[in-house]
Ligand binder design. Sequence first.
Ligand code: UT7
Length: 319
Amino acid sequence: MQTGIKLISTGAYLPEKIVTNEDLSRIVDTSDEWITKRTGIRTRHHCVSETHLDLAAAAARQALERAGIDKAQLGACVVTTVAGDKVTPSCACMLQAALDLPELTPCFDLNAACAGFPYALRVVQGLLTDERPYGLVVSAEVLSRLLDFTDRSTCVLFGDGAGAAVVARQEGAEDIHAVLGSRGNDQVLCIDGAWADHTAHVHMEGQPVFKFAVNIIPSCIEDILRAAGRTLEEVDLVVMHQANERILDHVVSRMGLPPEKVYKNIAHIGNISSACIPVALNELYEAGRLTPGLRMLCVGFGGGLTWGGCLIEMGGKEA
Ligand code: UT7
């Protein structure tokens, strides 16, 4: 079995501007009551002057500082995003310069939509070596740039932000048993490319995506546990993509999950695509809840339709 990885530190950055449901009700036909009841979202952050790279760099710096590692030992820097500042170079390449990473660090972006973070953990696990045992995963999204603020069914849902994680290939670390999938659907959730003959906006048919989510999350969790030879009782925390609080509650009741094991922060961040999971992990880290040995299930799902999940343990700083 391949050497696995552990999480050793996290970081995050959320733009300064907070947009409330009331703020949105002044520009589109919606209400705080509808948004709160149907999604659980109360506020989200939107960039004003911050770039995508600013968000990614701030989250990455915090995670690297907390990890206290030698950057020369980084075996990979992967940024997950649906859209960075530029089509090319990748955000990860620009991070290489911003963070002064050694030139021989593989730096690239990965787009698996909202499932990006577990996808990146799996890819990074495969890139690390004994000589370069640390990996940096940064998930950064500026969705406010891609919203149609006349479409109330999407513009109230999404926000901006970045989360980062440093992982380590450590002796005794278990394979993360990632389960990754996709379904070739460009109808129910998509954003056109920069070359489209119209401004590219998030297009989503909410109900089919909702149904997809409440079915795929339990099956993804079951597949991971089967692969890992573990039970739900052996999992300490479940951190899911935060698309809708009703999706999280559905999974809790369908799987009989103890609600206290399921982390929710959608109320104050909204849906920040691939950044949801690492931003949540960072809140847990800052609350002192990520104690060494803690076993976490991370599950993402979204455009594509993609899904991905894995089981990862909190480690110490030393590889
Ligand atoms: O991150 C990627 C993954 N994304 C997801 O997992 C999202 C999954 N889907 C959802 O979370 C939900 O489907 C939404 C939150 C997007 C929508 O909630 P819903 O309960 O499925 O609402 P709906 O689309 O069925 O719309 C119900 C009504 C409609 O009005 P009528 O036709 O019944 O008169 C909508 O026009 O709610 C209306 N509506 C709104 N009303 C006030 C839709 N958006 C709004 C709004 N404010 N913002």
